[in-house]
Design a protein around this ligand. Structure first.
Ligand code: MN
Ligand code: MN
Length: 294
């Protein structure tokens, strides 16, 4: 990483911290998810950042990949995960936290388990440590609290305009001998009272660009140009496209998905339907560890 890259990662991290602080202030039980997402995304832009992906607001057994649709009426409740991504010229800060909106002891314990696991993982992380050691430390903290980590969700290396680049950071000891290299990484433990596995749920309305191809629909071409310019290889959502192009864009998105130009993420749901908590920070690994989002 050169100086400029590190500076951009730091800038993104600083905005992420502000955005999390703001989110903690505005989210109340029964507030509208759509309003929450739009307020946080607006805040990110006011602070000089861009969204690296749509704000994720996932409730209870939904572990990740829920972002409000353009006409969403869902309200904040239960165990809510708030996952926020910011980028400066493609250099990303990825951070998440969980809130208990029903005052339940079990929620609080799930949240605490993830926070402790994340701290432990950050302590374990250093250049040349085996990534399975990081996973082991996460697993230990979460199981000590009486819960299960989600094994098929993991942290990840970050690249320029890339959320998932190169290495993954497991949430358990997967015996992988690969060592942590210099670079930027998101570490994100998930804890659950369930099995500790997620499955694909409903479609999320979150998309990414797959491949530029010819398409007959005029509006689709216009949207494709916009996506390439604004988001490049980063995820975007139906809500953002409708805001820019009106609900006429929905048909074009469908056509683009059918043509394989864009693909849609699924919501990720805990297999046994049990609650999930999440905590996440972005770290820079060099001769030392720097947490950009804390
Ligand atoms: Mn995240
Ligand atoms: Mn992440």
């Amino acid at each position: 990483m050169n100086k400029q890259e590190i500076e951009n990662y730091r800038k993104a991290g600083k905005i992420a911290k502000e955005a999390v602080k703001f989110a903690r202030e505005i989210i109340k039980k029964d507030s509208n998810l759509l309003e929450i997402a739009e307020k946080i995304e607006k805040k990110i832009e006011e602070l000089g950042g861009k969204c690296a992906f749509p704000v994720n607001l996932s409730i209870n057994e939904i572990a990740a990949h829920y972002t409000p649709s353009s006409n969403d009426e869902k309200k904040a409740e239960g165990l809510l995960k708030i996952d926020i991504g910011i980028h400066i010229q493609g250099y990303i800060a990825d951070t998440a936290f969980s809130l208990d909106l029903e005052n339940l002891e079990e929620n609080k314990k799930l949240i605490e388990a993830c926070e402790l696991a994340l701290q432990e993982a950050i302590k374990t992380a250093k250049k040349d440590v085996r990534i399975s050691e990081i996973g082991k430390s996460i697993h230990k903290k979460i199981t000590e609290a009486g819960f299960s980590p989600i094994r098929n969700l993991s942290g990840h290396q970050l690249g320029n305009y890339l959320i998932h680049a190169g290495l993954t950071i497991p949430n358990y000891d997967n015996n992988n001998p690969v060592k942590l290299e210099e670079g930027a990484y998101a570490i994100e433990p998930f804890a659950t009272t369930g099995e500790g596995v997620v499955r694909d749920g409903a479609k999320s309305g979150i998309y990414r660009l797959e491949e530029r191809k010819a398409i007959r629909d005029n509006l689709a071409r216009e949207i494709l140009n916009f996506i390439e310019k604004e988001y490049k290889t980063l995820p975007f959502c139906e809500r953002w496209i409708v805001k820019k192009f009106s609900s006429r864009a929905l048909m074009s998105l469908r056509l683009m998905e059918q043509a394989g130009i864009i693909s849609q993420y699924s919501q990720l749901v805990e297999k046994s339907g049990k609650k999930v908590s999440q905590a996440e920070h972005t770290i820079l690994v060099s001769d030392k560890i720097e947490v950009t989002t804390n």
